[in-house]
Ligand binder design. Structure first.
Ligand code: 8YV
Length: 312
């Protein structure tokens, strides 16, 4: 038994129960007096369960002097200060691979929904515009289009492998050229210039903050579409909203936003966007698998002092 585990959220009820049965387990989010708990228990906490969304706030970390391990629900780690954690010798695990397919499917879904204007079409039917005004305006096919992927990691490659059979040509930009047949661009601007559809599948964090800026949007051009399943921080959001309003790009399909879930209200007024509530990994099957991996990492630490999917 690990003395003691502090969970910052309920990852999935059945899996939270498993952890509570096995460890001295506390739900931080449910505590009325968090400070009183930390004063009494802070030195005993050896493990924190959190997510790619919540991370572990610095002021909480400072009050857990004997923390050994953080098991996070999600693959992204932009929310963690890995250098500070490494300096303290704290290990961190995430939930890679098991969410790759659902996230890639979501990118493809948003691409089709944006190009074929699924939400506008749905509204055309529901609102009676079809009966009143006749057929909706034609949309654009994905076949023969150039798909530029920003970040050809596991998720980027899964997007590419789905796009090729749909008749898209794939290019990519990333830190390094990979051993793949897709065309490599060493500048994001030149990938955007080449692309009809630009998909963001890179990690968030300082290295990618705002890399999709006005110049990249201008390079993508008025027929260009952006799909983002990475992090809201990757795009200069005011520049994106301006481009969508002026129609200097054609559209966007977005699963992630700056400041989510409190998104910029300007998005809701645009008819050339498809909005999705950061749900790319959000299927029952994948979220259960992610939760199981959080539990397994915790147990591996308990039994052998090892993590199954460590990042540090
Ligand atoms: C989850 C994510 O929504 O894995 C990630 O990095 O952003 C998503 O899968 C998130 O971890 C759940 O809080």
């Amino acid at each position: 038994m690990i003395r003691s585990v502090l969970a910052l959220l309920d990852i999935r009820p059945a899996y939270t129960r498993l952890m509570a049965e096995r460890h001295d387990f506390h739900r931080y989010d449910l505590l009325d007096d968090k400070q009183a708990f930390l004063d009494e228990m802070g030195t005993q906490i050896r493990a924190v369960v959190t997510s790619a969304r919540f991370g572990v706030p610095a002021d909480l970390l400072a009050q857990l002097p004997n923390l050994e391990v953080i098991t996070s629900f999600g693959v992204g780690h932009d929310v963690f200060d890995l250098k500070a954690l490494r300096d303290r010798g704290i290990r961190v695990s995430t939930t890679p691979d098991i969410l790759t397919d659902d996230v890639a499917d979501t990118a493809i879904m948003l691409m089709h929904a944006t190009m074929r204007r699924l939400i506008a079409g749905d509204n055309w039917v529901r609102s009676g515009m079809w009966a009143a005004n006749g057929p909706m305006a034609l949309t654009r096919t994905v076949r023969g289009k150039k798909l530029g992927i920003v970040g050809l990691g596991r998720i980027g490659q899964a997007i590419a492998s789905r796009a090729v059979p749909s008749g898209l040509e794939v290019g990519y930009f990333g830190r390094s050229k990979k051993d793949v047949d897709y065309r490599f661009f060493d500048q994001l601007g030149s990938l955007a210039e080449w692309s009809d559809i630009l998909v963001l599948a890179c990690p968030g964090g300082a290295a990618t903050n705002g890399i999709v800026d006005q110049l990249v949007l201008d390079a993508l051009g008025e027929d260009g579409v952006i799909i983002n399943i990475a992090r809201g921080s990757v795009i200069d959001e005011p520049a994106l909203i301006g481009a969508l309003q002026r129609r200097s790009i054609a559209g966007a399909g977005l699963d992630v936003f700056e400041g989510e879930p409190n998104i910029d209200p300007a998005f809701s007024k645009l008819d050339n966007v498809v909005l999705y509530p950061h749900l790319a990994s959000g299927t029952v099957e994948t979220r259960d698998a992610m939760a199981q991996l959080v539990v397994d990492n915790l147990n591996a630490w308990d039994e052998r002092g090892e993590l199954i999917t460590p990042i540090i």
